[in-house]
Design a binder for this molecule. Structure first.
Ligand code: SF4
Length: 436
């Protein structure tokens, strides 16, 4: 294996069957399970762990499937320490049940041997188009397909997965895991159309002409924000999302190492304090950066990144400069050489070869600009309402996930998508009842 690619091998090892069952046996099967209260999608945690403790993998998976379409992914990238495990009653003694790792174990076990063949309902409740195949789109599609809807996912890329595939690095979420989860959704009867740009190859109005009863927009945020400071166009100031995408393509053997904008030996800075900043910093180290320093304008405690992500970044050698803000990028006329940074009350010039920006992103307007009647707010986020949940200002068009608010975690996008799927089902059922 290529040495650079081998550095992206998944860090956290999964449980063996024996270890998984031993861990499951520690669960108290609480009557009033706090772990469920900490889970945004209210997974049936005690039930699946109890089944697992008896060695009954099929029942364990059935319990998980009742709430989640993406357990192998959630088991890896959810902030368990803040959610289920943070709420587990055994966390008071500092030894919560490793719920995420158990969820991952059951999902991976299923992928390796195909535990359950679900009874697929006939697709006779209506036809729904889903735009985007990230966590929100996949969740809506899976939930609606299970409820008897005919669902088609439209994806602009040649491969499905959205941010799961191109935004989260391989060492946290291997691409094969994403592909296997998508295959499971396909077995529910969902159809996929890739390389299809909505607003260019087909419009939403044309989708309605083709007989769709409702359309869900789950296209996420495609436009990274920039910093409005001098020198922000200098070569060497790079968007983290672009960098992560290029590395993802490299790991996929679709690009050569020389096409990645960071080179071995580079002195790299990262601006931001969220998970994308941590992913970019840790990925730059894996590419061979000489040093990586994160500049964040608040304190460590205020940083939005997951604590584990931050701790792992620090353990791997990423440096952090708190309460710092970059004022200007400086060049030698050709490329970035340094940045003027304010740290507390002082200013200093720090030498740099590359600076990665991870300061947020917002939705593209291609879909709303080619569709009449969808209102957005001043930031470009699509406005939605509560009844039916997730419907935009245009009837029959729904939206959810990062396209309606600032980006959040995978599981929060899923929680919202599950509510929107219910809203779509109610809307389509009512439409059919009225004979529309
Ligand atoms: Fe098991 Fe902890 Fe949930 Fe209780 S709170 S049911 S011990 S995982």
């Amino acid at each position: 294996m290529d040495i650079q690619i081998s550095k992206f091998k998944e860090i956290e090892e999964g449980y063996s069957t024996r270890h998984a069952i031993e861990e499951a046996k520690r669960c108290l099967n609480c009557k009033n399970p706090q772990c469920v209260k900490g889970c945004p999608i209210e997974n049936n945690i005690p039930q699946f762990i109890h089944a697992l403790s008896k060695g009954n993998m099929g029942d364990a998976l059935e319990q998980i499937n009742l709430k989640s379409n993406l357990p192998a992914i959630c088991g890896r990238v959810c902030p368990h320490e803040k959610q289920c495990e943070g709420h587990c009653v055994l966390n008071k003694k500092g030894q919560p049940i490793r719920i995420g790792k158990l969820e991952r174990f059951v999902a991976d076990f299923d992928s390796s041997i195909g535990l359950i063949h679900e009874n697929i309902k006939p697709k006779n409740r209506g036809k729904v188009a889903v735009i985007g195949s990230g966590p929100a789109g996949l969740t809506v599609a899976g939930d609606l397909a299970r409820e008897g809807f005919n669902v088609v996912i439209y994806e602009k890329e040649s491969e499905l997965g959205g941010v799961l595939l191109f935004g989260i690095p391989e060492y946290r979420l291997p691409k094969d895991v994403v592909r296997r989860e998508i295959e499971k959704i396909e077995t529910l009867g969902v159809t996929f159309i890739t390389n299809c740009m909505i607003g260019q190859d087909i419009t939403i109005d044309e989708m309605f002409d083709r007989g769709f009863d409702a359309v869900f927009i789950g296209s996420g945020t495609a436009i990274p924000k920039t910093l409005d400071i001098p020198g922000n166009k200098i070569k060497g100031v790079i968007q983290s999302s672009y960098f992560l995408r290029m590395v993802s393509l490299f790991n996929n053997h679709s690009l050569g190492l020389d096409e990645i904008p960071i080179k071995a030996g580079d002195v790299v800075g990262v601006i931001g304090g969220g998970n994308v900043a941590m992913d970019a910093a840790r990925t730059a180290l894996r590419i061979g950066a000489k040093s990586v320093t994160v500049y964040y304008h608040r304190t460590q405690e205020e940083m939005p990144a997951l604590r584990t992500e931050y701790e792992e970044a620090e353990a791997e050698g990423v440096s952090f400069v708190w309460k710092s803000s970059v004022q200007e990028f400086l060049s030698n006329g050709e490329r970035l050489t340094s940045a003027r940074v304010k740290i507390g009350e002082n200013e200093t010039i720090v030498p740099l070869d590359k600076m990665l920006l991870a300061v947020g992103s917002r939705p593209a307007n291609r879909i709303v600009s080619t569709t009449e009647g969808i209102e957005v707010d001043e930031m470009g986020y699509v406005k939605t309402r509560d009844l039916p949940y997730g419907m935009t200002t245009r009837r029959g068009i729904f939206a959810g996930g990062d396209v309606v608010h600032t980006p959040q975690t995978v599981v929060l996008a899923m929680r919202e998508a599950k509510a929107v799927a219910k809203g779509i089902a109610q809307y389509v059922d009512a439409k059919k009842l009225l004979g529309e």
